[in-house]
Design a protein around this ligand. Sequence first.
Ligand SMILES: *Cc1c(COP(=O)(O)O)cnc(C)c1O
Length: 430
Amino acid sequence: MVNGGDLDHADPLKHFRSRFVIEDPDLIYLDGNSLGRMPKAAAERAREVVSQQWGEGLVRSWSEWYEMPERIGAKIATLIGAQADEVIVADSTTVNLYKLVLAALQARKGRTDVVTDDLNFPSDVYAIESALGLTSPPAPSPPAHEASPQARGNKLRIARSTDQITISEKDLAPLLTDRTALFTTSHVSFKSAFMYDMERITALAQEKGSLVLWDLSHAVGAVPINLNKCNVDLAIGCTYKYLNGGPGSPAFLYVRKDLQQDLQSPIWGWFSQANPFAFDLIYKAVPNVRKFLVGTPPIVSLALIEPGVDMVIEAGIERLREKSVAQTEYLIELWEEHLKPFGISLKSPRDASQRGSHISFGHLDALRIDKALIEEMKVIPDFRSPDNIRFGVTPLYTTFQELEEAVQRFKRVMKDKIYEKYSAEAPVVT
Ligand SMILES: *Cc1c(COP(=O)(O)O)cnc(C)c1O
């Protein structure tokens, strides 16, 4: 097996690691797919926004802040194959989904279904269900002789994955019909890292007249995305994972240019009013993507997204993907040799073209193993119920040597059964 240090030596992106805050070099952080590390430039930006813009500039700084949602949105657009005026930073991913689901249902009046699948992020499913509940009060119980109670009211339809790792067109196609208003799922699945064929699945749903919305949370900053080329209607995504925007940093949303005129945000607020400072009681939506803003954005958090996004742009998404694939392949090789013999299974696709930037391992004692890795081994992966341990690879700062060492420490936990002393009780946050 190739030595991790040699691979690092040859890595053209190795210098980016020194631009992150790394307090303890012995701590192996493999959870950048949940919360990215802190760019050093973010501390600088925080000082600027808090001390100068807020402290000194006070309300005058609004001239700087007002257009930040579209200015940073335009930078994110370059990472997802969108036009600058198709992306805006706003709210959280879940809230953006809620807004866009309602907008889609309104744009596809007469169609009842929203289709997703069971690899999607549960919060997305909750948001869809609550949006559907709002547009469609529960149908009264139909008389027993009525054949199809599902024919009334809006309905969430969930395609099932047979192996809980991948999902195929065959699994999705039967649910996509002329009743489908919207198809939505995650481009990269949060648990297995399965990556959908965006272009094909988008076309499959659009052939039925459905709108298509992709959640890019586990994809943006990790894999190349081309929303325009795939003719995607709508998208949302998170900035605190591979974009390293910081805890709770606001999310983004994309609405394809030709849909912006017709789609309506379900929440009207002054930040989407065409002329908010006229303080007119009549609402008139701005005729562009800004119409999906609601109220005052969290300016400090919003500003801190930019250093992380800039670094991803500078490194180049193609180069990041190349390194990410090399690193996840390396991790699979290491797993095969050192972890598989201990009954650890691989819960991610083997084919790199179907995989995002993390690897999931499976074991019935995954939670206890996760605790042992964190408490005693200075390895930080995360646990996803019921039996997954995720190793997130962030090519901007993850080294090959870290992956090699993390697997060695993982092996020690298995060999010496270190995990057995930990309880199987889940903490509040995993
Ligand atoms: C992380 C993640 C989210 C996060 O949603 P928030 O509303 O920002 O908490 C949503 N969807 C997916 C697929 C995610 O991976």
